[in-house]
Design a protein around this ligand. Structure first.
Ligand SMILES: [Zn+2]
Ligand SMILES: [Zn+2]
Length: 138
């Protein structure tokens, strides 16, 4: 992976970071592009995509390791867990303590030096769950 330790935050990257920081929806590159375009009308999707990848490689933002076909991005870089709706595909943060001891367990069970772990819960979000209930009643 490309590493640029003192990556410069160009004005473009600064704006991408600001826009990403405003939402908790873990947007895809396309969704970030739509938000950034309001402030930088001439920016291209490729540029947004490249900058997101580069900032993720440098630990400035997080690229989500979650299911689904599109990569999602997160301005919250501290370790935290995610939950994904199996019905509509949206991703939320889930506020539970990070289980640091799992790393030790995994290290004992493998020949790896463990660097970290990702947990993605799956479930049905409140909106989809309610929608489903209404459908069942009618
Ligand atoms: Zn849902
Ligand atoms: Zn998150």
């Amino acid at each position: 992976m490309e590493q640029l330790p003192n990556m410069r935050l160009t004005p473009q990257r600064q704006i991408i970071l600001e826009e990403l920081g405003k939402v908790t929806s873990h947007p895809t590159a396309n969704e970030v592009y739509d938000m950034v375009r309001r402030r930088l009308p001439r920016i291209g999707l490729g540029t947004v995509y490249r900058n997101l990848e580069l900032m993720a490689d440098n630990g400035i933002i997080l690229k989500l390791e979650v299911g689904g076909t599109q990569k999602r991005f997160d301005a919250t870089v501290k370790p935290h867990y995610h939950i994904r709706c199996s019905s509509c595909g949206k991703v939320n943060d889930i506020e539970i303590a990070v289980q640091e001891q799992i790393n030790g367990v995994a290290e004992k069970a493998s020949n790896y030096k463990i660097l970290g772990h990702h947990i993605e819960f799956s479930g049905i979000c409140e909106t989809c769950w309610k929608k489903n209930q209404e459908t069942n009643i009618n």
